[in-house]
Design a protein around this ligand. Structure first.
Ligand SMILES: NC(=O)c1ccc[n+]([C@@H]2O[C@H](COP(=O)([O-])OP(=O)(O)OC[C@H]3O[C@@H](n4cnc5c(N)ncnc54)[C@H](OP(=O)(O)O)[C@@H]3O)[C@@H](O)[C@H]2O)c1
Length: 264
């Protein structure tokens, strides 16, 4: 792994730092000597993590509590870090809705779109421009293996992750001239609080530490990172398959997840 602080600067900002993939990103970046801004809604968790990281790694931390499904609160995050030179942005906060779209609550679906996509857009614009001025930076987008298939019963989620993938792929080309490394991280099922997976799906889930370590080792080298050999094969075959075939295959795979226990 490259020296992240030298490559990108002193400060990183991680959204969804209160659990799962975002929490592990925050731990790894702090261990690499970067100061970290921790963003999510659960204040106590963020404060506990901030204390732990600043004590263990002798770094600075800042906690910014925000609901990233709200446009104004998301813009408020950019304002809250105006005095810091953020060199790395990890756009990670996200939620999953499952079930038939028309049966779901509309507000829940809008919340998903805003958190999984709109917050990425606002923060990337707000912090990316300063990276451009400094001529260095890193943008990591949490997409998913589901980004390459249109999955029924996960329709809004898979579409939102498709947006994250396409957005980051395009920015990767656009921002090369400014030395900004862009990554779409596309994990398969990973053991976090996002969903309580059934015993069957648990067999194919990955450990969150492994996912984050792979991502950081590839930063600046590869634009699309798919952790795990089976996920990699799945991702690239899916890209080659006709989309309607993928929809059928993925929809069969996610069927046992209808009873997922989801936390918003
Ligand atoms: N786990 C998987 O299998 C998997 C696979 C592929 C991709 N991903 C992606 O990885 C990312 C992280 O998910 P995870 O698996 O680590 O799940 P997680 O443990 O549930 O973490 C989600 C994080 O997002 C934050 N968040 C959710 N809604 C928010 C909101 N409205 N405002 C601010 N923060 C919000 C949560 O914090 P608060 O609740 O404190 O706000 C939490 O820190 C997501 O984008 C997800 O789509 C996950």
């Amino acid at each position: 792994m490259k020296d992240l602080k030298t490559a990108y600067g002193e400060w990183a900002l991680v959204t969804g730092a209160s659990s799962g993939i975002g929490e592990v990103f925050s731990r790894r970046l702090a261990a690499a000597g970067m100061n970290v801004v921790l963003v999510a809604r659960r204040k106590e968790r963020l404060e506990a993590l901030a204390n732990e990281l600043s004590t263990s790694f002798n770094i600075e931390t800042r906690v910014v509590c925000a609901d990233l499904s709200d446009e104004d609160e998301t813009k408020g995050v950019v304002t809250a870090v105006e005095d810091l030179a953020i060199g790395m942005l990890v756009n990670n906060a996200g939620i999953l809705n499952t079930g038939n779209f028309l049966d779901n609550d509309l507000e829940d679906e809008i919340r998903l779109l805003n958190t999984n996509c709109k917050s990425f857009l606002i923060l990337t614009h707000g912090l990316g421009n300063k990276m451009k001025e400094r001529n260095k930076g890193a943008l990591i987008f949490l997409s998913s293996l589901t980004s390459v298939a249109a999955i029924s019963r996960w329709s809004n989620y898979s579409a939102s992750k498709g947006y994250d993938l396409m957005f980051s792929e395009a920015l990767n080309t656009e921002l090369k001239d400014y030395n900004i490394d862009v990554m779409a991280l596309c994990p398969g099922l990973t053991r976090t609080e996002l969903a309580e997976f059934s015993s069957i799906t648990k067999l194919i889930t990955m450990d969150v530490d492994v996912v984050v370590d792979i991502a950081l080792s590839k930063l600046g080298k590869t634009n699309i990172v798919v952790p795990g050999i089976m996920n990699k094969i799945n991702f690239f075959l899916t890209r080659l398959n006709p989309r309607n075939l993928n929809t059928r295959l993925f929809s069969m795979v996610v069927k046992p997840t209808q009873d997922l226990n989801l936390r918003h």
